[in-house]
Design a protein around this ligand. Sequence first.
Ligand code: SF4
Length: 355
Amino acid sequence: MRYPMDEAALQARLLEWYDVNARSFPWRVPPGSGRRADPYAVWLSEIMLQQTTTAAVRPYFEAFMARWQDVNALAAADDGEVMAAWAGLGYYARARNLLKCARVVAQEHGGRFPDQYDALLKLPGIGPYTAAAIAAIAFDRPAVVVDGNVERVMARLHCVEDPLPDAKPLLKAHAARLTPRKRPGDHAQALMDLGATICAVKSPTCPLCPWQADCRARTAGMAEALPRRVAKAVKPLRLGHVHIGQRADGAWLLERRPPRGLLGGMLGWPGSEWQEGEFPDAQPPAKGRWRCAGAEVRHTFTHFHLRLMVHVARLPADSAPARGFFLPAADFRPSDLPSVMRKAFNIARKALAAD
Ligand code: SF4
């Protein structure tokens, strides 16, 4: 028979551990500092951290905070500048929603983020996880914050063998029972840190864990096997072309992608649709002597792999493209491109340099 867990003792041990071992991030206020986290910084970091590692987010977060120091400044920013600053971080719908959200907060909430979960959840780009994280971390509300790290810790602590995603409600219920009314923000961050550092996916370091005495998966010798997951479907492969043309004066032929959909609103190279099965027909966006750059872009998105054939051309001074626009070389920054388009540019640059 399973004994009930002592939630108060678990909470206390976790916070004691966190007070000594909290990770340091530019968006975080250290425990015991007596300061409250800035809701704008918490929101910005949580949006950036969706599907993205802390190491990748850090320089973007610092650049955004230096450039747009509060939500009103971000709300007033130019869309193209924000999209360019986001380039390379991926999942570009986040950047579009970031701007929408900043404008709603500036215009409808007087430039202050709401401090309750339900009101946060109504803002653009803020789902249940992000609303809970902001409510807990920025406003110390006892919201239940459950990300992949927390699911893993809960699955192990309670030895939940049901596979994800079906086990999600049960793991959330376990997390909810553990959420304290005192220091809920620190509790949420402590749990994230425990999952990210000690209760790692592979080889959890149980001897350092504040919950080692209570953990049922550790006792059962099956910590590393949890959480179980339903096998993922194999990602399909899509194929396509990009055309990278440079005019005689150095200007590059680019286009702004449609506002919705994958890479929506980002700068990119003209190209074909991306389809499964076989490469579509290559349709150059302007007349010229196009040739294959001799290498392909390989890139993986959440739901598919992509192979892009790169075509390059030197275009005449009077080139009249059927699509896209010429951007003067002085105004072109490869860093404004999303990663997949930057990969294509790196291939094209080498091919054009060899001309
Ligand atoms: Fe994770 Fe080990 Fe701690 Fe259990 S004892 S929560 S498996 S690190």
